[in-house]
Design a protein around this ligand. Structure first.
Ligand SMILES: Cc1ncc(COP(=O)(O)O)c(C=O)c1O
Length: 460
């Protein structure tokens, strides 16, 4: 069967039977999805035989790259030994114990326990329930409000979607689940006043939390929730003044801090957890994605000693959990994934080599006529496309130019994601010089092609 025929058939069956996440189904039907059939190292391959450099690590996920046989072998061995058993009814198993011990070693010092799920959304729902349950146990049941940020992405379930701050996610589920408030995100390029320094802006953005705490009444606030770096919101990197000030506010009002590390966990910022990079002390850290490099679903919440102590001291059930909490095969793969990352020094390499290489690569494009700002931290970065560099004027119909650019990337064999008109990347941690060179050449070409497409709209 020719490649084209095979592709047509897969696309047709997909169109008939598959509903995709986060999609406009009408335009997907009209254009058809690209069929990805294989992955190897830093590359994926489509059904037409095209090799594509994956600048998004799947979806912030495949940290050790594709086609890793060691991970497949770990899954195979565990499936033969014990493919599944639950951890509900006074049972446990070796892989979940070994992984929990390892995660306690990698996590910040005040964290020694793990609660498991299978997705980032589940881990955030778990953290929300844990935070509220904690305050009930502490005799302060009124503390239910969780303050997060506009543009945050915390997942797609009703609770995690409500904790997130994306209006286009909210609008499917009005009214939002109760008890969530949203404050500004620390997005200096997009939200600072004229002449406001990043430092001053960082403090102002942090104080938005305090203002909201006071509006709600501190006695009603359970937690602040935030991604250390907003990922799906467009790789928004807070100025240096932001996190120290947020930590001060958390301490001042004695509320919990929930760090959503579903993207930043497992090395993306050159530390196992970004909480360490930013020197914050969360009570709850949620993780998913790269815990297994995406080879099998696994998520969890790293739960701080303060909360665990409250659970231990009270004769009260925490009625929450999932059939697949602590799935043995997923735990075995996560353990092997961590072993590989440690052996190959993938996390320190982000600080020493790959992160600086990404920053250098992006810096090459800052003077391009379409580019308003380039930014990166560790191995996640963004190129923001604007119609006017001087005034930061956006293009009409946000997202249109981002998609044009994304399609040029795709056609040139490279994946970056478009968040409206911001092109974001988060490569696997295994990239070396040749991948950065290849990506750089494609970005130059795709930006030039996009510029040609929208030339009439920009102010040079
Ligand atoms: C920061 C963050 N939290 C939570 C989630 C939700 O994870 P999942 O899609 O596994 O439910 C995501 C997904 O991209 C995310 O980026």
């Amino acid at each position: 069967m020719s490649n084209r025929l095979q592709t047509d058939q897969i696309q047709e069956l997909d169109a008939q039977h598959h509903l995709h996440p986060f999609s406009n189904h009408q335009s997907l039907r009209a254009n058809g999805p690209r069929v990805i059939v294989r992955g190897e190292g830093a590359y994926i391959f489509d059904s037409e035989g095209n090799r594509i450099l994956d600048g998004m690590a799947g979806l912030w996920t495949t940290n050790v790259g594709y086609g890793n046989k060691e991970l497949a072998d770990a899954a195979h061995a565990q499936m033969i030994e014990l493919p599944f058993y639950n951890t509900f009814f006074r049972t446990t198993h070796p892989p979940v114990v070994a992984l929990s011990r390892k995660l306690a070693e990698l996590a910040p010092a005040n964290i020694n326990r793990v609660f498991y799920g299978s997705s980032g959304s589940e881990s955030n729902d778990t953290a929300i329930r844990l935070a509220r349950h904690y305050w009930v146990l502490m005799g302060e049941p009124k503390r239910r409000i969780i303050i997060s940020r506009r543009n945050a992405y915390h997942g797609s379930t009703i609770a995690s979607g409500s904790m997130g701050g994306m209006t286009h996610v909210h609008h499917h589920s009005y009214p939002l689940y109760e008890g969530f408030r949203h404050v500004m995100d620390p997005y200096w390029y997009g939200e600072s006043f004229a002449g406001e320094t990043p430092e001053a802006f960082g403090l102002r953005a942090a104080h938005a939390f305090e203002e909201e705490i006071l509006r709600c009444g501190p006695e009603n606030v359970a937690a602040i929730a935030a991604e250390p770096v907003q990922g799906a919101g467009g790789v928004k990197i807070a100025p240096d003044t932001y996190w120290p000030e947020v930590q001060k506010i958390v301490d001042k009002y004695g509320i919990l801090l929930l760090a959503d590390e579903v993207i930043t966990g497992f090395g993306r910022l050159g530390r196992w957890f970004a909480s360490e990079y930013y020197n914050i002390r969360p009570d709850l850290i949620t993780f998913a994605k790269a815990a297994t490099s995406g080879y099998i679903p696994l998520s969890g919440v790293l739960v701080g000693d303060k909360i665990v102590d409250a659970l231990m001291e009270h004769d009260d059930d925490f009625n929450h959990g999932f059939t697949f909490s602590g799935h043995p095969v997923a735990c075995a793969v996560a353990l092997k994934n961590i072993e590989i990352m440690e052996r190959d020094r993938l996390v320190p390499r982000v600080s020493e080599e790959t992160g600086p290489a990404l920053a250098r690569m992006l810096a090459r494009f800052k003077d391009h006529p379409l580019v308003g700002e380039v930014r990166s931290v560790g191995l996640m970065g963004a190129i923001e496309l604007v119609a006017d560099k001087k005034t930061r004027r956006r293009f009409a119909d946000p997202g249109r130019v981002g998609l044009i650019c994304r399609d040029h990337f795709f056609r040139e064999g490279f994946i970056m994601r478009a968040v409206f008109d911001t092109m974001v990347c988060a490569p696997p941690l295994i990239w070396t010089g040749p991948q950065f060179e290849e990506a750089s050449a494609v970005i130059q070409k795709a930006l030039d092609l996009t510029l040609a497409d929208v030339k009439g709209e920009i102010t040079a």
